[in-house]
Each structure stands twice: as structure tokens, then as C-alpha cells.
Write a protein that binds this ligand. Structure first.
Ligand SMILES: Nc1ncnc2c1ncn2[C@@H]1O[C@H](COP(=O)(O)OP(=O)(O)OP(=O)(O)O)[C@@H](O)[C@H]1O
Length: 373
């Protein structure tokens, strides 16, 4: 039996919805203020790879938790040492999420800011380690996690999935299609993406990456550093309910307007709160880098270099090979540098089996504290 989709995917932006209510405008101003602050704060970090490596890993951790892949920070940082036997399945899933986010960011830059369906498919393939593209078979439904009851039937026919995704791609990339504010558009895009549900799995995670990349595409961020998933995780019940209310409102213009407004306000609040948290974290990292630099210059002046400092912040757990490669020095010299840093108390030396690694403990502490909010 062919399933009947339970909602007609609307054309974006939805007609007849006032996106300028006082509540919405208040939330929009706050979201912009915190995002602008985050953009400025992120720019003060000397090497953007530091932010992508560390913050994107935090985002990946939170996003994967929505899907019940729970890992500890220690497991994640250990996985980042690229020692195969230390990588748990959950940590691998989280690492793949970060790779997907990073790939999407690079690809969008290569394509002059275009965030196309080819990129979304590439993200899915990286995330799921699969060669699948958009759904072709029917049978996909969304269920209530607790009761198992079907709450939503997305488009089933592959030509429909394709057509809706093409229209969405157009809306994402054609800035003249609507003069709505980009953060409001981001909320509409995420909703539409989840309603089309174009992949067999991973739609939640790809949809959250899409949000962050869209903020970069529209210039509101330079790097994809936003902990959106943490907020969504925290308010998962509201997130599902508000997504679904828009679909259930179909046919009732007043309910359509109210449900879209409530959805957009939720996403604006998510952006504002997560940007505010990210500002604290990035600001903390910046201060810690300044302090570590000062200590390196006084306590280990012969070793100090910006590249070495960057290495310690790109890899909260680092190893001799990483320093060797980043600084272009011999293994012996890299080992000597790390040992001297450990003697000066700037990193902690650890060994497990035949492997040796070095922890930037204040940075790890900052990231763990950041996770607690
Ligand atoms: N009961 C529901 N009501 C509304 N939307 C839902 C519901 N269940 C799922 N969704 C949407 O579908 C997404 C999950 O889709 P899918 O399982 O393909 O993605 P995922 O990335 O594997 O999961 P997750 O979002 O849990 O990490 C959710 O993030 C949400 O956007």
C-alpha cells in the first residue's frame, strides 16, 4: 500500500504570515546581536582551524546526542589522536559529523558560497559512510519516539522529493527570492528540509548542519561555530512539537501563521542562546591562548612559536606526530618540545600502552565547562 503524505510542502516563504510581530522582532534583534558578537570574537582567534577542530567537535557531540550517540569528551579527544584502537563507534559517528560539517564549509567556499543539493548529498554520504543519494523508495515516516505512533508522513515519491529539494535549493541560494531576514530564512529552510526528509536517515543532523552553513553563506558567521544542537537537545520536546504544529495547521490560515511564528521564534532563541554560549567559549579560548603564549615566552622561550601554540589549541590532546607535521620538524625535536612543555606544566604527559600523548588541560577544562553551559 502506498503511504499518503500527511502535509503538502509549501512554497517558501509561506504566504500570509507576518514575520514582524513584536515578539519575533525582539527575538530577531537578540539573535543578530549575539551572532555579530560571536563573529567578531571568532575572528580574534589566530587560526580558524582551531575553532573548526574544537568547537565543531562540540557541536558534533551535541548533535549526535540527539540521535543517541553519547560519548565523553575524553573519548572524543582520544579519537582525535587517530589511534585506531581507541575510537569507539559513537566517537566515530561524532567524528564523521564534524568531517561532514567541515566538508560542507570547504565545498561552499570553493563554490563561491553556493550551498547546493550536491553538497547536502556529499554531507549525507560522509555522515552515513554511504553512497546513497535522496530517498528513492517509499515507506519513510516520522514516529513519536515514546508511543511509536506515526506523526508525519513526508513525500514518498522520489520525483516529489527531488522537485521539493530543487525548490529548496533555489530558495537557499537565491537571495532575491525573498527579502526576509536571513535568520528567519534559516528557520524556514530547516523546517522545510525536515518536512521533505530527503534522506533515509541523518535528516536531523544534516538539517542542523544546513542551518549553520546557511549562516556562513549569508555572512552572519565566517566559520561554522554555533552550538545549535545543544539547544535543540535541551528543548527537544518543544522542537518536535513546534515543527509538527506547522504541519498540523494546514488548511487553517490563522493556525498556519501562529505556528510558523512560534517556530521561527524558537529558532531565533536557539541562535541567540547558542551564540551567547559560543561567545563565552571562544572568548575563553582567546584568553587562554594569550595566557599560554605569555607563559611559553617566559618559561620556554626557546620553544615558543605561533605554530606550536596553535597546535596545542587545535588538538586539545596532541601527539608527537602532530607537532612534527604542523611545525615541519623532526620527530626527535617534536618529542623534545612536548617534553619540555610538560616539564614547564604547559601540557600534561600521558601514556597508554605504547602510545604517548599530551593534554592541554586548561583548554579541555574550558570545553567541558562550556558543554555544561
Ligand atoms: N515526532 C516528530 N515530530 C516532528 N519532527 C520530527 C519528529 N521526529 C523526527 N522529526 C524530525 O526528523 C529528524 C530526525 O530525522 P532522522 O532520524 O532522519 O535524522 P537523524 O539525524 O538520524 O536524527 P536526529 O535528529 O535525532 O539526530 C528530527 O531531528 C526532526 O527534525
Amino acid at each position: 500500500m502506498t503511504l499518503q503524505p500527511s502535509y503538502s510542502i509549501p512554497k517558501l516563504p509561506p504566504l500570509g504570515v507576518d514575520f514582524q510581530t513584536p515578539e519575533l522582532l525582539r527575538a530577531l534583534v537578540a539573535a543578530h546581536r549575539h551572532l555579530a558578537e560571536l563573529k567578531g570574537c571568532a575572528a580574534s582567534i589566530p587560526n580558524q582551524a582551531i575553532l573548526i577542530n574544537t568547537l565543531a567537535l562540540q557541536e558534533a557531540k551535541a548533535s549526535s546526542e540527539v540521535e543517541s550517540y553519547v560519548t565523553t569528551q575524553d573519548e572524543l579527544f582520544q579519537a582525535d589522536l587517530h589511534i585506531a584502537e581507541w575510537v569507539s563507534p559513537a566517537a566515530k559517528e561524532v567524528s564523521r559529523y564534524r568531517e561532514a560539517l567541515r566538508h560542507g564549509f570547504d565545498r561552499m567556499r570553493e563554490q563561491q558560497g553556493i550551498l547546493g543539493n550536491g553538497t547536502l548529498i556529499a554531507l549525507f554520504q560522509l555522515l552515513k559512510n554511504s553512497s546513497e543519494t535522496f530517498r528513492t523508495g517509499g515507506g519513510t515516516v516520522l514516529k513519536n519516539e515514546k508511543t511509536g505512533a506515526t506523526v508525519f508522513v513526508p513525500p514518498q515519491d522520489s520525483s516529489q522529493v527531488q522537485a521539493h529539494m530543487q525548490a529548496l535549493e533555489q530558495f537557499v541560494n537565491d537571495d532575491s527570492a525573498s527579502d526576509l531576514d536571513p535568520i528567519i530564512k534559516m528557520a524556514l529552510i530547516h523546517h522545510q528540509f525536515e518536512s521533505i526528509h530527503p534522506f533515509s536517515d541523518g535528516n536531523g543532523r544534516i538539517g542542523r548542519i544546513l542551518c549553520v552553513l546557511y549562516l556562513v553563506r549569508t555572512g552572519l558567521l565566517d566559520t561554522p561555530v554555533l552550538y545549535l544542537s545543544r539547544y535543540i537537545n535541551q528543548y527537544k520536546g518543544d522542537y518536535y512539537r513546534l515543527l509538527q504544529e506547522v504541519r498540523d495547521a494546514e488548511g487553517d490560515p490563522a493556525a498556519i501563521a501562529a505556528s510558523w511564528q512560534a517556530w521561527v521564534v524558537f529558532m531565533l532563541n536557539a541562535v541567540a542562546q547558542t551564540a551567547r554560549q559560543a561567545v563565552q567559549l571562544v572568548g575563553g579560548m582567546r584568553d587562554l591562548m594569550v595566557e599560554t603564549k605569555r607563559r611559553m615566552r617566559t618559561d620556554t622561550p626557546k620553544l615558543y612559536s605561533q605554530d606550536l601554540l596553535n597546535n596545542l589549541f587545535r588538538h586539545p590532546y596532541t601527539r608527537i606526530e602532530f607537532v612534527q607535521n604542523d611545525l615541519g620538524i623532526t620527530r626527535q625535536t617534536a618529542a623534545r618540545y612536548l617534553r619540555q612543555l610538560a616539564q614547564a606544566g604547559l601540557v600534561q604527559e600521558h601514556s597508554q600502552g605504547k602510545h604517548l600523548y599530551f593534554i592541554n588541560a586548561p583548554l579541555v577544562e574550558l570545553l567541558v565547562r562550556g558543554e555544561r553551559g
